[in-house]
Design a protein around this ligand. Structure first.
Ligand SMILES: *Cc1c(COP(=O)(O)O)cnc(C)c1O
Length: 222
């Protein structure tokens, strides 16, 4: 398993560097977030041994079980929570995460503010935007993102660093990536988390600063 993970990581890093080159961006312009959800702590350990430091998990409970023991031996480790977050999990998320990528509504913003005050910890936040305006998908509607961002910063004093999206499964993701980049630029936000195993090169072409790659590193999920 660890050989395969090391090899996959090397290939993904190479493809990221090539995509940066094609987009006229420096090779270190993009951070690889290795999405380890559903994979055991041994898989995370193998990726750490191969030099990977940034990880993504979509469930707080799973993250809280796998990651805290790895912090002391790996001080460079950074954990991103990338999945839909219930307000009653906000405090656990603030405790375990370095970045929370799935901020998408008022009640969650307020819960995170309260949790940050209680925990004395301020993970960076990304606002998830429902770029395809899909009813089944999480994320704030693009049309209300401006108002929401203003409230996050001015009313709730939250450390919002950027935007995140998951474009529709069907069709060309690139216009959606471009729209997210545009929205971030209009609001002076520097971080853009977009692109997964199937489309991270297109996302890099449109300005992604973080790509979230799971199955292409760790294999298929059960
Ligand atoms: C699972 C997941 C990913 C990784 O998807 P892959 O297709 O396995 O690379 C990225 N982002 C989010 C939000 C996810 O839930």
């Amino acid at each position: 398993m660890s050989d395969a993970i090391e090899l996959n990581l090397a290939r993904i890093r190479e493809r990221i560097a090539e995509a940066c080159l094609r987009a006229n961006r420096p090779p270190d312009a993009v951070t690889l977030v290795a999405v380890s959800k559903t994979h055991p702590a041994e898989a995370v350990a193998a990726a750490l041994a191969a030099g990977q430091a940034v990880f993504g998990e979509n469930r707080v409970q799973e993250a809280a079980a796998k990651f805290p023991p790895l912090r002391a031996p790996h001080p460079a480790l950074r954990l991103h929570i990338i999945g839909a977050l219930q307000t009653n999990k906000a405090r656990d998320a603030v405790r375990v995460a370095d970045v929370i990528e799935s901020l998408d509504r008022d009640r969650l913003a307020i819960a995170l503010r309260d949790a940050m005050l209680k925990e004395g910890r301020r993970p960076g936040l990304l606002v998830q935007v429902n770029v395809g305006e899909e009813p089944q998908k999480a994320g704030i509607a693009p049309g209300t993102a401006g108002d929401f961002l203003r409230a996050c910063r001015e009313e709730w004093d939250l450390p919002v660093e950027g935007l995140m999206c998951i474009p529709p499964a069907e069709g060309d993701p690139r216009p959606h990536f471009a729209a997210l980049a545009n929205l971030a630029a209009r609001h002076g936000l520097g971080t853009l988390s977009m692109g997964m195993s199937a489309d991270f090169e297109a996302a890099i072409a449109e300005g992604a600063t973080h790509v979230r790659v799971g199955s292409a590193i760790f294999g298929h999920r059960a």
